[in-house]
Design a protein around this ligand. Sequence first.
Ligand code: ADP
Ligand code: MG
Length: 412
Amino acid sequence: MKIIVQKFGGSSLATPDLRRQAARHVVRAKDEGYQPVVVVSAMGRKGDPYATDTLLQLAKSVSHCNSLLNLDLLVSCGEVISAVVMAETLRELGVEAQALTGWQCGIMTDDNFANSRVLVVHPERIMEVIDQGIIPVITGFQGVTEAGLVTTLGRGGSDTTAAVLGVVLASEWVEIYTDVDGVKTADPRIIPDAQTLSSLTYRELVELAHLGAKVVHPRAVEIAMEEGVPLKVLSTAPTGQGTVIGNGKRGSQGGERVGDRVVTGIAHLSGRSQVKITGKEDFNRSRLALKIFDLLAQNDVSVDLIYLSPELVAFIIDQDKAQVTKEVLASLGLNIQVEAGFAKVSVVGAGMHGVPGVMARVVGALESAEVPIYQTTDSHANISCLIKEEQLAQAIRSLHDEFQLSKGGGSK
Ligand code: ADP
Ligand code: MG
């Protein structure tokens, strides 16, 4: 029996019409001789009655300081509702389907509430349902601890559920259905003429996803990559060919060599704050740098774009962490400036390593667009620049144009 996992995101399940459209992909897979295993997110987006954001809003309206344990149980209901509605939509189309929660499916996690990791899956229940000729419709985004407490996997966590089940059930591939027709050279909300990339390597997508391309959760890509389960990112609406993600050979199509592109796409992360810290003493000798990063780690503040010199420590944080950052560092007696309103824009390409002139092109493009750069960092496969949030669209546009990503997708 050839299993395929099919995951549907919230925006693909927002209305009865969209849900029927989603269900038809499941019926088609079944008609083609595959055994579908469906994974769903909560239905809709912010403002929709059963969406994750709506449930979070409800929790906030009750208490300023929710217990994470209660919060996880509440938000997990969004996927439960969605799984039942989707199972019934499938039954309306004439196929037998059953909703199953994360805990019913033996998706065991650690107890890091709101951001837990899947430790192991006991797939017996899923297999029992399949053996009865029933399509399982499984709640994404959630699991259960050994003590029986419901946990959630963090935003975008349904992708992770799909990838984990893809591995555990030895799925032929995993289909991620969403509201765009694949992974594109930039966020189509900002660059409407961004091109769909027909194939990508896992590494390219891991990089894009970590740097903010939220179309697939980075952890999901890493899990699929470890076991070599191919991913397909597809539109729920019947348009486009989508993107196939594999390990290079499997992911390549029509002889095109993927993974060698100098620039594959542009990713971005909004809502960043820049922190700049100066003091009277040398940061290295005083060991104050260590204290700063220790305190931040203890308080669950992750830092990025780190700059460290004897006179200055600078880094960026999620702007939601600005208050806690100021509070925990206050005791050190340093001069701390936290400024909101930044975004990080990244040029991503696994083939840029050793290619001269990429940085010059990045700086040149941003300069021509009159976008000042406040900090940069790079690795073998990306160059990231910190810019003002209000200039994000023009920054992405200038880089997208510089690397000619609207033409053909992926700069050689
Ligand atoms: P879902 O509800 O299906 O999980 P998400 O909102 O999590 O959907 O992800 C899809 C969105 O990701 C798209 O609507 C798009 O705006 C955004 N996105 C950001 N970067 C990219 C990219 N490089 N390619 C495609 N989509 C992207
Ligand atoms: Mg998503």
